[in-house]
Design a binder for this molecule. Sequence first.
Ligand code: GLY
Ligand code: MN
Ligand code: MN
Length: 434
Amino acid sequence: MDGKEYARRRRQFMRMIGKDAIAILPAAPVRHRNGDIEYAYRQDSHFYYLSGFPEPDAVLALVPGRPQGEYLLFVREHDALRESWDGARAGTDGAVERYGADDAFPIADIDEILPGLMESRSQVYYSMGTHPEFDSHVLSWVNGLRAQARQVVGAPHEFVALRHALDDMRLYKSRVELLKLRRAAQISVGAHRRAMRFARPGAMEYEVMAEVLHEFRSHNADISYYPIVGGGANTCVMHYRDNDQPLREGDLLLLDAGCEHEYYASDITRTFPVGGRFSAAQRAVYEVVLEAQLAAIDKVRCGNHWNHPHEAAVRVITQGLIKLGLLKGKAAALIKDQAHLQFFGHRTGHWLGLDVHDVGDYKVGGEWRVLEPGMVLTVEPGIYIRPSPRVPKEFWNIGIRIEDEVLVTASGAEVLTAALEKTPEAIEALVQTA
Ligand code: GLY
Ligand code: MN
Ligand code: MN
C-alpha cells in the first residue's frame, strides 16, 4: 500500500489525540505453537493500520507536534546470523526509508528513550490489556516518571484507551481499503465456486476445505478465520470446525470461508446440496433465508441504523417459519417473544475490514449506530433445524446460512460478493458442474 495512505492515517489520528498526548502501540507478539515452533506471524491490526510495518518486536510511538519527529519506530536491528535463519529485517534504516518513520531506534534501547518522550505529555494513548506482556513496560515507564516528577521532570497523569479513536477511523474504509476488500472478496468467491464444483457424495469435508485453501494460497491469500465446512447435521453447528466427516447424497453443505489478502478479510457463506439438487424441504427453507438476506441487504443504506437489517431478517424468518409450520401463532407476537431464536440464534452481521469481526461500536450513546458511506458489514441470516419431535422429519438437520459482504454507499449499498451464485437454481447448476 502506498506510504501516503499510512501517513494520512497517522496525521488524522494525531490531530484527534492532540499535542498533549503520546500514543504507544506494540507490534503483535510472536506466539509459540509448541516446542520451537511458532504460529505464522500476523501483525496487530491497529499497528499495521498506522504503519504498514509487518515485523514483530517493534513499537510505534506517535508524538504529535514533536519538532524532531512525530512518528517513531523501535525495531529489531540488523543481525546477519538471525537474518540468515529467519529472513531479512527492515532495521532502523529500513524503518525510516521504507516505512516513512521520522526516526527509528533499536528496540533494545526503548527503556532509555521512550520515557523521555513521555515526560512532557499528560496523556498516554495505549490499549491496556491487548498485549499484556507489554503492559508492564508501559506501567514501569510511567511509574518511573511519576517518581521523578516530584523532583524535576513531568509525567503523564492519564491513560486513554487508544481504541476509541482508532476504531472509529477504521470503520470508514478509504478508497485503497475498498480495493483491498474487493480483491479479498473476489478470491473468496473463486474459492466458494471451486468448492461447489468439487463437492459430491462420498467426498470428505476436509477435501472441500482443501479446495478452498488451494484457491486462497494460489492467490497469495490465507484464511481470515478457520473455515466452517459442515455437511448434514453439522450444518446446524454454528462454529463447526472438525471438518472431518463424509458428505452424503441428500445432505446440505454449509461452507463459511473467507480469505485474508494483504491484511484485509473476506467472509462469505453459501449452503448447497451435495448431490446437486435441493430437496423440497431444503429448498423451502433456503428460500426463506434468501428472502431474509435480501430484505436485510435492502435495509443497508445510510440513514438506517445498525439494527435495521437484523430486524428485517427476523421479520422474514419468523413469517417464513410460520409458513413452514415450524412456528405457530401470529407473526407480531412471535417477533415480540423472539421465537426465532430457537432456529436463528445469532445476529445478522458484523463490521468487516482488517479483522473479520472488525472494530467499531455498534451502539453510540446507547443508540444503534447510524449507517454511513464507507462502512462495510456482513449480512448473514440463517435457519438451523435440529432433530426434534416437534419438527417434521423432512426438516431435520437442515442448517442454512447465506452471508455476503455489503458496502454502505452514498446512494444505497453495494454487495461486494455479488458475483457468487446465490439463487437455488444458480447454486444447483454450479454444483452440478464437474
Ligand atoms: N465466519 C465468521 C462469521 O461469519 O462471523
Ligand atoms: Mn462467516
Ligand atoms: Mn461473518
